[in-house]
Structure formats: C-alpha cells, structure tokens
Design a protein around this ligand. Sequence first.
Ligand SMILES: NC(=O)c1ccc[n+]([C@@H]2O[C@H](COP(=O)([O-])OP(=O)(O)OC[C@H]3O[C@@H](n4cnc5c(N)ncnc54)[C@H](OP(=O)(O)O)[C@@H]3O)[C@@H](O)[C@H]2O)c1
Length: 285
Amino acid sequence: MPEIIDGKKIAASIKREIASGVELLKREKGVVPFLTVVLIGNDPASEVYVKSKSKTAGKLGIQSETIKLAEAVSEKDVLNLIDKLNENPEVNGILVQLPLPPHLNTELILERLNPRKDVDGLHPTNLGLLATGRPTFIPCTPFGIWELLKRTNHSPEEKDVVILGRSNLVGKPLSLLLSMKQKDCNATVTLCHSRTSNLPQMARQADILISAMGQAEFVTGDMVKPGAVVIDVGIHRKEDGKLVGDVDFASVAPVALAITPVPGGVGPMTIAMLMQNTFQAAKST
Ligand SMILES: NC(=O)c1ccc[n+]([C@@H]2O[C@H](COP(=O)([O-])OP(=O)(O)OC[C@H]3O[C@@H](n4cnc5c(N)ncnc54)[C@H](OP(=O)(O)O)[C@@H]3O)[C@@H](O)[C@H]2O)c1
C-alpha cells in the first residue's frame, strides 16, 4: 500500500507553529491577529466552512468575527462593507466566503479588498505577485498542497507535475506556485482542463498528479504512473453520505507511491494556511 499523506496531522503541526507565533506577537508587540469573514446567503456548505474557520482561529489565539449578509444583499452594500473593513485598523485579514450568490460579481468584490488584507490570496495584485515569483498571500488551498508536499519529502523540485483543473481558486495559482524559480518549486507543470485533448495520457506523465476538477472519482488507476504522488483536492458527498474525492482511491492507491485521503488530506491544510496568512497579515501591519 502507498504512503497515506495525513493532512490532518500535518495541519495540526502547522497550527501549533502558528499558535506559538501568535503568542509571541502578542507578548512582544501587543498585537492580536483579527480575521473578518463575510458570509453571504445561506449555503449550508459555506456555513460549515465558516464555522470551522472561526473555531480554528479561536484555538490559535486569533480573534475573528463573521459578518452575515442576506442572500439578496446588493453589490453596493457588499462593496461598502469591504471599504469599511479595509479602513478598519483592527482588521488584519478579510475573507469573503465563496461562492457568492449569482447576482453578485465575484471578481469585482474580490478586487475591492485591500490586497494587504486579502488572506485568501485571490486579489489580482496577489495573484500577479505570485505569477511574477514574489508571492505575498498565496491562495490557501495551493499553499496547503505545497506544504503537504514539502513536509512529506515529496518536493516538486525538478518533477513533472500535472494539475487537473484550472480554476482561479486552485489549479491556476497552484501551477504558478509550483513552477516558481525557487527552492521546493522548480516543477515542470502541465495544467489540464475540460478542453485538454488527451487528459488520461497527460495524467500518466506525472510524477506528482494533483486533481482539482470537481469530478467524483474521475481519476482511476490506469491514469496514474506507477510510483506517482497523488494529491486529491476534490470533495464530493455521495448519496450514501460518504465523502469522496476526484480520485478513485481503491484503484489508484495500489499504483501510487503516496496519496492523500478524502477526507483528511488537502481539506485540513486549507484552513491551516488561512490561519498562516492571517498571522502573516497581522505581523506585517
Ligand atoms: N479541499 C479543499 O480545501 C478544497 C478547496 C477548494 C476546492 N475544493 C474542491 O476541489 C474541486 C475543484 O474546485 P474548484 O473550485 O477548483 O472547481 P471549478 O472552479 O469548478 O474548476 C474545475 C476545473 O476542472 C476542470 N474540469 C472539470 N471537469 C473536467 C473534466 N471532466 N475533464 C477535465 N477538466 C475538467 C474545469 O475545466 P474548464 O476550466 O475547462 O471548465 C475547471 O478548470 C471541487 O471538488 C471543490 O469542492 C476543495
């Protein structure tokens, strides 16, 4: 059987590091990091994520608040709220929980954030800095995947990495991150998407295969090079209530050198890296 990459355990150790950093920041500078989460509407999954974020923040000594807005809120009101949070010196980090209701323009709202408070790393300035190899806030899921690889001695350095999915949230920033000219990056990255002509063949080239497609159990054993490291970003709840990823664990595990489980792989890392970015925002104010 392959190595099972334990995201929960690695996230716990990152969170311990952050908690000591937060403690030190408080003692030496009297600064307590403060995160504001903006939750719009009643999406049950978003509510669960937001609760989990504020609970984790509390455990690490990070203060947080959740501002809940009605599903029907106008774009103008959301932008006004962001302006106020941008100006509030108490607030170090602002996170707008996605997805937004369809009448709101996600790009416009994310662009309104002060990039120095954009702890999700999705503002065009932060994505641009990442693209030019000078990252400030790295988007949390790509950041978490990078940490998972480094901390399990599967550095992407000089590896052929294939990423399935090119979203602005995961696939695209991850491709920028892993191809940066710096230690523990330097990967040769192939970014696949729904118009890739021969995706299984591409996937089979990968030393490190990362799936962020949002297609339940799509990646099967015959799409994986023997000895590859497989990172599964997808999260899907099946009809029987079971959580699965983009990867068909049963057929891929026997082929892989290492693999992340769902749940307990990438998911816990995303929250840990949000805390890391919030801590970093507080340190640099
Ligand atoms: N664990 C975590 O913390 C975490 C965080 C974020 C997301 N997720 C999960 O990760 C998955 C992806 O999220 P996302 O926000 O990146 O999704 P997304 O915005 O829907 O993007 C999906 C990407 O996959 C590509 N794709 C979809 N179906 C495909 C197919 N059959 N063949 C090839 N490419 C295909 C799409 O191609 P096109 O661009 O051509 O449409 C798109 O680039 C979801 O399951 C989500 O729940 C998990």
